[in-house]
Ligand binder design. Structure first.
Ligand code: ZN
Ligand code: ZN
Length: 349
């Protein structure tokens, strides 16, 4: 039996924190549950999952549909697209059997690359290598989520760039239905002995997924800003996510700084730092640009936006002394204040 390898290369950068991350998790579970209903898919489909944020990892090495379980997806800072492509190419070399005189190889692998941002690493060499050595033996479909995805870079990789964006909040469940239908159709065609038709994008429009064309609007910058803090009680990390209410204006004056509204505060695991790139950006946002401060996602302290001299954020439950969970220095918090805005380093998204 010739196998049909499906690679999912999933962006788990911090701009995905909250709903999109949970929905992506559910989408993967749904794709597998649905495909298992299909006898052809059960016989042919093999799945591998690569996750990328600032760091990259294969979270599920290629496995048959029955043995596959949807992994708990990590979250990290950064969007290392170049590294993700390198990992993908390595996995294709290792996992996909080539046809030779002695064996029939696998069917052409299909890659779903899903991203909501722009690369934060050097991706050019990896894109070149993909085009030269892999684009003719694998079908890569780039899928964008939200308006900040860099379609220009993706267009260099493949002609098949689609956008999930319709503002409905149902983007990822539609992604799941579309992937399930496409992969199912492909495996049935291969099972029936037809010549490999390839994954068709013709029907994508039917489920509200649009093909990104040349000349479509350029991606929007700086839609999301995120901050990491630590709980002063249990020292666990959390993430605060804000999205643009008004974007920085084109006048270039200080008054044209954007305003960001709170989306939510989310607990993190230490694993977050393992998936984040070390290089931090110099960009910073003034606290005056932020609207809304959530309580600590871990201990419920009334603010998760207290600043230590070390420049890091922690939670705080009012005036008094506490120890910074980052640098272990005692910090005294006074009453009120907060009128003078301070600058905090922002994540890379
Ligand atoms: Zn706390
Ligand atoms: Zn500190």
């Amino acid at each position: 039996m010739r196998r049909l390898p499906i690679f999912f290369v999933l962006d788990v950068s911090e701009s995905m924190a909250g709903d999109p991350h949970a929905q992506l998790q559910r989408a993967m579970e749904s794709i597998v549950a649905q495909l298992r209903q299909d006898p052809s898919a059960l016989e042919t489909v093999y799945i591998s999952v690569i996750a990328f944020a600032g760091k990259v990892g294969t979270v599920v090495p290629m496995v048959d549909l029955m043995s596959f379980y949807a992994p708990r997806l990590p979250l990290g800072g950064g969007t290392a697209l170049g590294e993700a492509l390198d990992e993908l190419m390595t996995r294709i070399e290792i996992d996909v059997k080539k046809t030779s005189a002695s064996q029939r190889g696998d069917w052409e692998p299909v890659v779903y690359l899903l991203t909501d941002g722009r690369p934060t690493d050097r991706y050019e060499a990896a894109v070149r290598r993909w085009r030269q050595h892999f684009s003719s033996r694998a079908h890569l479909i780039a899928v964008t989520l939200g308006q900040s995805a860099d379609t220009q870079v993706l267009k260099q990789l493949t002609d098949d760039v689609v956008s999930l964006d319709d503002g409905s909040g149902e983007e990822l469940s539609r992604f799941a239905r579309w992937v399930t239908a496409s992969v199912s159709a492909q495996s049935q065609a291969l099972d029936a002995g037809k010549s490999a038709p390839g994954i068709s994008l013709a029907k994508a429009g039917d489920v509200g997924i649009s093909l990104v064309k040349e000349g479509d609007p350029a991606p929007v910058d700086d839609q999301v800003v995120v901050f990491t803090g630590r709980c002063h009680r249990n020292r666990k990390p959390y993430l605060l996510k804000y999205s643009a209410v008004t974007l920085p204006g084109g006048l270039g004056s200080a008054a044209s700084q954007g305003i960001y509204g709170l989306e939510g505060g989310y607990p993190l695991e230490e694993e977050y730092f393992e998936w984040s790139s070390q290089s931090s950006t110099n960009a910073s946002v003034n606290s005056d640009q932020l609207e809304g401060v959530p309580p600590c996602p871990h201990c419920g302290a009334m603010t998760s936006f207290a600043l230590c001299q070390c420049g890091k954020l922690m939670c705080c439950n009012g005036p008094g002394k506490q120890t910074c969970p980052w640098c272990q220095t005692p910090v005294a918090f006074g009453k009120g204040g907060g009128n003078s805005g301070f600058n905090v380093g922002r994540g890379q998204g």
